[in-house]
Design a protein. Structure first.
Length: 106
């Protein structure tokens, strides 16, 4: 079996927001490149990874108990919205008012 040359390519799969995908396509056309792969290779060659300081939001995994009804609903909504269950839980937590609603007096 012959060794792979250094210029061999391999597939790389990743998600891009639609807006960035549109920008990528426009940049590809502007530069006269034939493929998105060519544009990505160009961007990777020119980017200064040493100076890059990505923003990282610390995460911590927790375990909680929810009812079977809530679990089923979360799974159903996750499939329908094409997001993870965790993302839906984060949305629910972020949407929770910081103070509980006042109860009406009887």
């Amino acid at each position: 079996m012959a060794p792979r040359s250094r210029s061999a390519s391999a597939p790389l799969t990743f998600d891009l927001p639609v807006a960035l995908l549109e920008k990528t396509e426009a940049a590809r056309k502007t530069r006269g490149l034939k493929t998105a792969s060519a544009l990505i290779r160009l961007a990777l060659d020119q980017f200064d990874f040493e100076a890059c300081r990505p923003l990282r939001v610390p995460h911590r995994q927790i375990s909680v108990r929810v009812s079977s009804r809530q679990r089923s609903a979360l799974r159903r909504y996750a499939r329908a919205k094409k997001v993870s269950v965790g993302e839906l839980v984060r949305y629910a937590l972020e949407g929770l008012p910081s103070r509980p609603a006042k109860r009406a007096k009887r």
